[in-house]
Design a protein around this ligand. Structure first.
Ligand SMILES: [Zn+2]
Length: 214
């Protein structure tokens, strides 16, 4: 058994069996962290900073590992080994949070659940079409945008809504996004071919189903 994860401490029974048990101060902070993340999905790094103030000793990258660790809801991750697939098993230790809360936070961190929708008033500027939709790669906050007055004209920038300092030229970001979007435009031939394939697959499946029920 390695070093106990943050929120737990290594213990040993009278019979010499090693185990981990919640360490009350850190466990309370970790519990708070998960609850915070479940209510405010965009402020992950803010949550970490607050947790640091509360006494949690961990940097940004370690924090991301912690909030992804199922140990907090009582599970243990068993990595893939030879022919055995990776899996989660029930641990022997006490959970700090519920399984439901753990998965809710995972969904939010994965971006499957967005509680905040972009403000339409905010995205109406044609120079900043992505404003409110982008997430800061540095800190996870929403990216906003604004114009900056240059010598001869206005320059548009996307920048982080927190104080992390992330900033990019809007026209460059828009170009990259458009280029990426164009990759999804199918060739006309593929559209027709797809229709044929889907129709055939549907008919085959339908025929099989009918044969089974007959
Ligand atoms: Zn940021």
């Amino acid at each position: 058994m390695g070093l106990a994860p943050v929120g737990y401490m290594n213990k040993i029974t009278e019979t010499g069996k090693k185990y981990i048990a919640p360490e009350i101060t850190e466990a309370t902070i970790m519990k708070w962290v998960f609850h915070e993340l479940s209510t405010d999905p965009l402020a992950a790094d803010q949550v970490r900073k607050e947790a640091n103030k509360k006494g949690l000793k961990c940097g940004r990258s370690n924090f991301w590992r912690l909030v992804r660790n199922p140990v907090y809801c009582g599970k243990i991750f068993i990595p893939k080994y030879k022919d055995e697939e990776a899996c989660l098993v029930q641990g022997q230790h006490d959970p700090i949070i519920s399984e439901a809360l753990f998965y809710e936070v995972q969904d939010i961190l994965d971006g499957n659940k967005r509680k905040e929708r972009p403000n339409t008033k905010m995205i109406s500027n044609e120079n900043l079409p992505l404003r409110g939709y982008l997430i800061c790669p540095k800190c996870g906050q929403t990216i906003t945008g604004s114009a900056s007055k240059g010598k001869y004209s206005l320059y548009y920038y996307y920048h982080c809504s927190s104080s992390c300092g992330f900033r990019q030229r809007a026209d460059h970001a828009n170009d990259i996004f458009l280029k990426e979007l164009k990759k999804f435009v199918p060739h006309p031939a593929i559209v027709d071919l797809s229709k044929v394939i889907i129709k055939q697959a549907y008919q085959t499946l339908f025929k099989q189903k009918r044969n089974v029920s007959e």
